[in-house]
Design a protein around this ligand. Structure first.
Ligand SMILES: NC(=O)c1ccc[n+]([C@@H]2O[C@H](COP(=O)([O-])OP(=O)(O)OC[C@H]3O[C@@H](n4cnc5c(N)ncnc54)[C@H](OP(=O)(O)O)[C@@H]3O)[C@@H](O)[C@H]2O)c1
Length: 344
């Protein structure tokens, strides 16, 4: 049993009736596990664009005066409560994004309750969760690597495989070089598909090619980047898009996709929204899959894929826990490729 009684914890808090949150580092009691609960000593956490949206008051969640941020982390089981059967002290684990979405379709309010949103997240030395709300860490990954998977990894995996049914040889379009897109690139390349990626930076395009992209297009210097993407497929169009740009990119993604292709509707980096013209979907036999991360079952399937294909998440920068506020600034700057990790 852990003898430590207090711990360091980052909290988002609001002053008065402010819309946005501020960050503070607090000293709070170490939580004890109750019935069917597991205490995890967090070793690493990672940032998602969504965490910036939470801080800015732009994330759909019930109003909260304060909360522990971040959904994504990895650590070691440090204590177990009565009735726990899935894990024991010393096991390496990753909390899942939606603690109540275990398998199948989401039921009830499963997708309204996410870590670092409606309930407290992982930017804390210790967290306590129900034993159902975590997965074993995949073998071969460090804590830093494992901490990148819960949101961006599961979303990219579901977009390509669970919902997208990707086949070897398919062309896959990834937009920008952030967390979801770089996982999409790595997973597609590992499965024998052909990733094409866009970026605002030629340097990042070069790095993306070293990770397995067969083509890259600068969307800042090439306004008609969707045409360049289509040319890279020999004119036929891509079979998959991980659509993270939102209103800036949706129409272009539709122009880049070929007959029978699918668009995984994921994000809104340029603002959520955009219009889909129904005739272009039915004329091209195009599928649009709305995605919201995924279940524990999806996470387990992704972890098996990661182990099987020896995928190593791409970490741009590791920041010390005591400087976690600077991770938010780095994320907002866009000056990174892949993931930003916070080490405890
Ligand atoms: N539906 C879901 O379940 C789900 C899950 C995860 C994420 N999301 C959403 O998906 C989006 C991506 O999330 P993330 O965490 O991967 O983001 P991220 O890591 O912050 O990605 C940032 C990168 O995206 C690129 N980018 C920025 N604005 C862009 C634009 N207007 N068009 C195209 N690319 C742009 C830039 O790449 P370059 O520097 O290379 O240009 C930027 O560095 C966010 O909107 C997020 O909220 C949704």
């Amino acid at each position: 049993m852990n003898a430590q009684t207090t711990q360091k914890q980052w909290q988002l808090y609001k002053e008065g009736d402010a819309r946005t949150y501020k960050l503070r580092l607090s000293e709070v009691p170490v939580p004890k596990p109750g019935q069917n609960e597991v205490q995890i000593k967090i070793h690493a956490a990672s940032m998602n664009r969504r965490d910036v949206a939470v801080m800015q008051g732009n994330y759909p969640m019930p109003p909260r005066g304060s909360l522990v941020p971040l959904s994504d982390g990895a650590g070691v089981v440090s204590a177990v409560g009565p009735g726990v059967t899935r894990f024991k002290v010393g096991d390496k684990v990753i909390p899942i994004f939606f603690p109540n979405w275990i398998k199948g379709r989401p039921t009830g309010n499963a997708t309204e309750v996410s870590l670092g949103g409606a309930v407290d997240g992982v930017l804390s030395e210790y967290v306590v969760l129900n034993e159902q709300s975590m997965v074993p860490m995949p073998a071969g990954l460090s804590f830093e690597e494992a901490a990148t998977l819960a949101c961006a990894g599961v979303t990219a995996y579901n977009g390509l495989f669970t919902r997208g049914h990707l086949q070897s040889g398919d062309f896959v379009l990834l937009e920008g070089t952030g967390g979801v897109s770089i996982f999409g690139l790595q997973f597609a390349a590992a499965a024998g598909a052909k990733p094409i990626i866009t970026s605002s930076s030629d340097d990042k395009l070069t790095r993306a090619k070293s990770l397995g992209a067969v083509g890259g297009v600068n969307y800042k210097t090439n306004e008609n980047w969707e045409k360049a993407v289509r040319e890279l497929t020999g004119g036929a169009g891509v079979q998959h898009v991980l659509e993270v740009g939102g209103k800036d990119t949706l129409a272009k993604a539709l122009s880049a996709v070929g007959p029978g292709g699918q668009i995984a509707l994921i994000g809104g980096l340029g603002g959520f929204g955009g219009t889909i013209q129904a005739p272009s979907l039915l004329g091209g036999n195009i599928t649009v899959n709305g995605l919201y991360v995924g279940s524990r079952e999806n996470f387990e399937a992704m972890n098996a894929f990661i182990v099987n294909h020896k995928v190593k998440p791409v970490i741009d920068k590791v920041i010390d826990f005591k400087n976690a506020d600077t991770a938010y600034q780095l994320m907002e700057s866009g000056d990174f490729l892949g993931k930003i990790v916070i080490r405890m």
